[in-house]
Design a binder for this molecule. Structure first.
Ligand SMILES: NC(=O)c1ccc[n+]([C@@H]2O[C@H](COP(=O)([O-])OP(=O)(O)OC[C@H]3O[C@@H](n4cnc5c(N)ncnc54)[C@H](O)[C@@H]3O)[C@@H](O)[C@H]2O)c1
Length: 321
């Protein structure tokens, strides 16, 4: 007899980001079963039907339905995208008070279901909420991640792709730290078509006279705000990113990706009890080995600044634990 494991992904919160993430997962046929939970159950039912209606044209059949917290028990991945609708002009930290009121009961329900898979936090401020989720659920550190700067890294690559008119996937490197204003690019980690990106720019100075590393970093940092001002919010980029993380976990792809993870004394990063993004090996068990990026002094000080900012905001909600 064939024994098969039915992979299940649960998405909690089916607003713009949750719905787009569900779409990305279904179109790629990443799991066997997708369960949608929303505090307005009709919205989850409607989205499930809407997604099902494309079944004849997707790569693979995915069973899709509205569910409830009990469905988390046997889930491989739970993705939390519930939160207050981000307002144009508002920073992610300004969402914290409203976000914790929404996310805390959801985390309690996930914990009480007996869930023992990988929890992916997407709601903002994502580093603070990932730390809170780790504490609240009691899951092992390897099983709690935030989407973190996986999105910002993809944004940085998209911007370089746009500038050079080459495939963004030719870029290797990371945005690290907070998913927010203090994020940064350690440029020494960024390579492109077989050389450092810094070297690539120098080699093509006349073609890219107006392009600087600082400029690319700032465009990357501001990209979310720009999209919000243009179309009211972001959803497609984060959806592709989260689906990519889910694929890496479900298919045990063992990619090295920058996600928000508990930092606990690794290498020279020298931080504890804080969630920030660093490149880590991600596989079916969650977060594995860290990569030692050998940050220079100025990069380390930027990393510590991110840690300080995130930790200060964690302190504001610590009394809820
Ligand atoms: N990490 C990232 O890179 C990233 C990118 C974009 C958005 N986000 C975050 O994702 C979250 C959702 O953004 P969105 O644009 O989809 O917002 P949205 O308003 O479209 O959707 C919010 C969802 O939260 C649910 N919700 C609201 N109040 C609730 C409550 N009291 N209990 C349970 N569920 C509740 C809603 O039903 C809805 O499903 C926000 O926190 C946003 O900041 C994160």
């Amino acid at each position: 007899m064939v024994t098969s494991h039915r992979s299940r992904v649960v998405i909690a919160g089916t607003g713009s980001v949750g719905a787009a993430t569900a779409g990305a997962i279904v179109l790629q046929g990443l799991c066997d079963e997708l369960v949608l939970i929303n505090h307005n159950p009709d919205k989850a039912s409607g989205l499930a039907m809407d997604l099902m209606d494309g079944s004849d044209y997707t790569g693979r059949f995915v069973s899709i339905r509205r569910g409830d917290w009990a469905d988390c028990r046997d889930a491989d991945i739970v993705i939390v995208t519930a939160g207050p609708k981000p307002k144009p002009g508002e920073t992610r930290f300004q969402e914290l008070g409203a976000a914790i009121d929404i996310v805390d009961p959801i985390l309690c329900a996930i914990r009480d279901s007996g869930f023992d898979g990988i929890l992916i936090m997407v709601s903002n401020p994502v580093d603070v909420l990932s730390w809170f989720a780790w504490k609240r659920t009691g899951l092992p550190r390897a099983q709690v991640i935030g989407s973190g700067t996986a999105l910002d890294t993809s944004r940085m690559k998209a911007i370089i792709g746009d500038i050079t008119r080459l495939d963004p996937r030719m870029v290797s490197g990371y945005v690290i730290g907070e998913h927010g204003d203090s994020q940064f690019v350690p440029w020494s980690t960024v390579s492109f078509v077989g050389k450092s990106f810094t070297q690539y720019l120098q080699d093509n100075q006349s073609r890219y006279a107006d392009i600087t590393l600082d400029g690319i970093e700032e465009w990357t940092r501001r990209r979310g705000l720009l999209i919000k001002s243009l179309r009211g919010g972001t959803s497609q980029g984060i959806a592709a990113t989260v689906a990519g993380l889910a694929r890496t976990i479900l298919w045990d792809e063992r990619r090295v990706v920058p996600v928000s993870t508990l930092i606990d004394g690794e290498y020279e990063y020298d931080e504890h009890d804080v969630f920030l993004s660093l490149p880590v090996a991600l596989n079916a068990d969650g977060v594995g080995d860290f990569v030692d990026l050998h940050l220079d002094e100025s990069e380390l000080s930027k990393f510590h600044r991110s840690a300080r900012i995130v930790r200060e905001h964690c302190a504001m909600i610590a009394d809820r634990l």
